[in-house]
Design a binder for this molecule. Structure first.
Ligand code: GDP
Ligand code: GDP
Length: 441
């Protein structure tokens, strides 16, 4: 999944959310549901012609009064400039050109942002010419489309894909993709600065470059750790109201592309619900996971037990956290930040582990000998043999006589047994139970 992102901006009622739904189709959209946001913000994934990208409907406030309207439009545009590779300015051919649209076009031109001008509600395209007046905006040819009927939406999608930057990035093939994720203000940018050196990471991308999702490669002992989407770390949305949403969008994009996620949490506040949700998303996606407990300098009475006690409390929040390394750091003093790169590399290597079939079966036999699966009434429940069928993350298949009769708890027992046998700390492990294939007579 590519992290390329397009944002829809424009005045209320021009058809942004209708267009959004057309792009994203039936796929689940993530909605910003905070109170005060009267028009929801959405983002979701779209695919066209084998290309994938994210779509953001900036939605936001429905303003009252002219001032508020101007402010709301500025917010939208700011947001789009921060978060998107390509902006779609949506206008309405039925109502015609509006002065606010001149203002938006000016801002986008000033930011040097790639823009497509979408002339929506051209319901009788291609017989219409109503869109031509929007040439006056000076941001290129208006593309007539009808979001409700879908007319010309394929042409629009072709134009979108054509205007997006290429998906592939030039990086060594064995680069480890790392996502530094966490809630706002936990210290992600500060850790990044520690790791990469301040001068490099405060430099903004060249003005007018199409990519805001800047990656920062770090060379470490002959390996490349590529920190994903680091621009999102420092180029905070200028709108307070949008920070949380922007951060969620960024997190989702990054996790999808990551081999290893470093979840930064604030030592003072412990593991918040939101932190846990990010950890689960990373783990569920099959990424390696490390939890960096930051601002350790602020924790008082740091005897040897403080960390252990805190860690127990954190791990109690979810069973899988028992398999995740915790590193206690301070971006301010630099304490232990240097331990992150080797830890990341180690988790990335474990995630590519290949366990020989004979070894899988040796361990499996031992586990089964120690604890049989519970026997239901009727046919015998037996685990026959297993093998590793995939890496990143390590995935095993075990063939059994009656997979449906094996309870979740027993599957967990086997996975934990695998974990104990091989070094897989920080890496999710998957186990698939398969039925024995019957030989046809
Ligand atoms: P937003 O406020 O920009 O997100 O606009 P909406 O997507 O909510 O659309 C506003 C209104 O315009 C709704 O009543 C839509 O049904 C209507 N609308 C959206 N796209 C089209 C279109 O292509 N043609 C026509 N005729 N109406 C449209
Ligand atoms: P981000 O939003 O996650 O990127 O967080 P920032 O890196 O911008 O940090 C948010 C705030 O926390 C800033 O004021 C930092 O100076 C502060 N901060 C970051 N790391 C530490 C730390 O290790 N110790 C202390 N005391 N403050 C920190």
């Amino acid at each position: 999944m590519s992290r390329r992102t397009i944002a829809l901006v424009g005045r209320p009622n021009v058809g942004k959310s209708t267009l959004f739904n057309r792009f994203v189709g039936g796929r689940a959209a993530i909605v910003d549901e905070r109170p005060g946001v009267t028009r929801d913000r959405h983002f979701g994934k779209a695919e066209w012609g084998g290309e994938s990208f994210w779509v953001v409907d900036t939605g936001g406030l429905v303003p009252q009064g002219a001032d508020a309207m101007t402010r709301a439009i500025h917010e939208q545009v700011d947001f789009a400039i921060d978060a998107a590779d390509l902006v779609l300015l949506v206008v309405d051919v039925l109502t015609g050109l509006h002065p606010d649209e001149h203002e938006i076009a000016r801002e986008l031109r000033r930011a040097g942002k790639p823009v497509l001008l979408v002339a929506n509600k051209a319901d009788d395209v291609p017989r219409t010419s109503a869109h031509h007046e929007f040439h006056a905006l000076g941001i290129g040819d208006p593309l007539p489309v009808s979001a409700t009927t879908g007319r010309a939406s394929g042409d629009l999608l072709d134009a979108v894909v054509g205007a997006l930057p290429a998906a592939e990035e030039e990086l060594p093939r064995d680069a480890v993709q790392v996502a530094l994720v966490g809630r706002p203000n936990v210290g992600k940018s500060s850790i990044m600065n520690r790791l990469l050196g301040v001068p490099r990471s405060v430099v903004d991308p060249e003005p007018g470059t199409t990519r805001d999702a800047v990656d920062s490669p770090l060379r470490y002992h002959g390996h490349t750790l590529n920190f994903i989407d680091t621009a999102g770390l420092r180029k905070r949305a200028r709108v307070d109201d949008a920070v949380e949403f922007y951060s969620t969008l960024r997190t989702n994009r990054a996790i999808e592309a990551a081999d290893v996620c470093v979840l930064v949490v604030d030592a003072a506040s412990g593991l918040a619900t939101q932190d846990l949700r990010i950890a689960e998303a990373a783990w569920g996606h099959g990424a390696g996971l490390i939890i960096a407990v930051n601002k350790w300098d602020l924790v008082e009475e740091k005897d040897a037990n403080t960390a252990a006690r805190g860690e127990r409390q954190l791990r109690d929040k979810a069973a899988f956290l028992a398999h995740v390394p915790f590193i206690y750091v301070s971006a301010v003093t630099g304490q232990r930040v240097r331990r992150l790169p080797p830890a990341i590399l180690e988790v990335a290597e474990r995630r590519t582990a290949r366990i020989a079939t004979a070894e899988v079966n040796r361990v499996l036999e031992r586990l089964v000998a120690k604890h049989q699966p519970p026997q239901a009434v009727g046919r015998e429940v037996r685990l026959l043999y297993g093998s590793q069928i995939a890496t990143t993350p390590p995935t095993f298949a075990v063939v059994c006589s009656r997979p449906e009769a094996i309870p979740e708890a027993y599957t967990r027992y086997v996975v934990n047994g695998f974990r104990a046998a091989w070094p897989l700390h920080g890496v999710p492990v998957r186990l698939k139970l398969r039925a024995r294939r019957r030989k046809s007579a």
